[in-house]
Ligand binder design. Structure first.
Ligand code: UDP
Length: 246
């Protein structure tokens, strides 16, 4: 199987509730965990960027299927995957868990007004979560921010800078963390802050959230053509190649 697809075999397949249990357990025990929410974009990046490929294969990285294209692709290669597990759902779960347990949280990324709105929502809705660092994604230097966050030893680190910048940044700084749950969350701060609407539940259930996002933000279309379509084509080609070898 091509190297960038290896992650499809190791991706978490048991479902969202099971993954939340696992994450909560790792948080409680202080086990250092880097979560990558795998979508076609990161896999297509891994096709051309060795650092992305390395992080998707790294033994201490936990991968979850973020998006229906990845769920279907994994199934095609024989991996049982119950459902997609999105970054925004996980981020919300971590904030709820932080509220319950008084965990410390570091936030990096998004526009300043988005970050501010998110901090306000956390204070109002999940007051037990202690925000120990909050840096917007436009006025700071990535490595300096990560050094400062690592020094604080937070329980939860959420980075919202987009794929693959957030994953590469977290991966390169991961060795500096002795504990904590770290995850790249893409546009989740925009949604969790309340400033951007997420697709209605019925659209998510129909696995059409990707279409909803494109229709709401047509500027996403080039990304779709650059990543999602080539990914689907690559999956098809890889399956044909593997069948041909049998
Ligand atoms: N972003 C940022 N700094 C930048 C570029 C992007 O903080 O220099 C943020 C942006 O504001 C948004 C997130 O990164 O909150 C990326 O969101 P997007 O919706 O593109 O990610 P997706 O969910 O599609 O992976």
């Amino acid at each position: 199987m091509r190297a960038s697809f290896a992650v499809l075999k190791s991706i978490f397949g048991a479902g969202k509730a099971e993954f939340c249990d696992l994450a909560a357990e790792r948080l409680a025990s202080g086990k250092r965990t880097l979560i990558v929410t795998v979508n076609p974009e990161i896999i297509m990046n891994a096709e051309r960027d060795p650092q992305c490929e390395e992080l998707l294969r790294a033994p201490d990285v936990v991968s979850v299927p973020d998006g229906i294209a990845v769920v279907r692709a994994a199934r095609k290669f024989g991996k049982q995957v119950k459902e997609r597990i999105t970054g925004v759902d996980l981020a919300q779960f971590f904030l709820e868990d932080a509220d319950r347990n008084g965990y410390s949280v570091a936030l990096y990324g998004a526009r300043p007004e988005v970050l501010q709105a998110l901090c306000e929502r956390i204070a109002a809705e999940w007051p037990g979560a202690r925000v120990v660092a909050a840096y917007d994604g436009y006025n700071h230097e990535d490595d300096a921010v990560m050094d400062e966050i690592a020094a604080l030893e937070p329980d939860i680190v959420l980075v919202a800078l987009g794929v693959p910048r957030q994953e590469k940044l977290l991966f390169s700084h991961f060795p500096k963390f002795s504990k904590g749950l770290l995850m790249g969350v893409g546009g989740s701060f925009d949604v969790l802050s309340g400033l951007k609407k997420r697709a209605p539940a019925w659209i998510r259930r129909a696995n059409l959230e990707w279409l909803y996002r494109i229709l709401r933000e047509p500027s996403r279309l080039p990304r779709f053509f650059r990543s999602n379509l080539p990914f689907v084509r690559l999956v098809r080609r890889e399956r044909r190649r593997l069948r041909g070898r049998r």
